[in-house]
Design a protein around this ligand. Sequence first.
Ligand code: SD4
Length: 309
Amino acid sequence: TRARPIVVSTWDFGVAANQVAWEVISRGGHALDAVEAGARVPEADMKNHTVGRAGYPDRDGHVSLDASIMDDQWRCGAVAALEHIAHPISVARRVLEKTPHVMLVGAGALQFALEQGFPREELLTPESDAAWKAWLKTQTYKPIANSEMSTYGHVPNSKLPGDVHNHDTLGILALDQQGRLSGACTTSGMAWKMRGRVGDSPIIGAGLYVDGEIGAATSTGVGEEVIRNSGSFLVVELMRQGLSPQRACEEAVMRIVRRRPETAKSLQVGFLALSRQGAVGAFAIQKGFVYARCDQNSVDQIIPAKSAF
Ligand code: SD4
């Protein structure tokens, strides 16, 4: 039996990623190709300061990118703290395909990318450079919840263009016509992070997890909290125990809220999940998390997620 294909991804800018992923799915392509193609869209977007090229740098001015990709056969690849390569998701895919490893980081990841023929580029745009220099004046590291207009990776109260858009990490999950699931996650991480900081996005089980028998999950928000609760793995495991994708996302979020109530009040974490059967769930700590959905009946849909607060 043919599955009903679907693509979902985090945030409103997931719409553009879904369109490209859907093209792959609708011509009978593999979900893994779909999520990679989708993730490349925000990576190339010069207005998106939280993914790929034009991502905001760390506090020392280095743009350092994290990404992971996984299919339904337990095949996965990831890169962390990768510099000078505009499409970390495609490097993660090469790690999956061409190496005996799952994750490459820093200088080694860059070396591998260059060997694989990816061009070395300057990813810090004049706009991001200006935002970083503005940040250097105060140097306060305080991620603002997305509901405040200025979202993660954005300068609070900044007048710089692009800073009011709700742009964040892209997590994208797809179910193709053959019923194959895959997921991808790509980010420049928290703006003004310490050099060498790695978030949840490239960590299999934290920012992304896919189990072909059950479903897939991905996350956005403050990665430290997601690593702490092995968030995406937790969501999928809860689904294995019989929870719907929606209930699984709720439980994973509420575990953070219950364990660290004071911390949770002021930060955002959101999960997005897709079951093997094509059911979708999403939940976040704070209001403001939305996801984009594309299937045969609905394209370019943006759906607000429910939240704990
Ligand atoms: C990280 N989860 O590096 C990413 C960033 C993000 O909302 O999603 N921000 O922690």
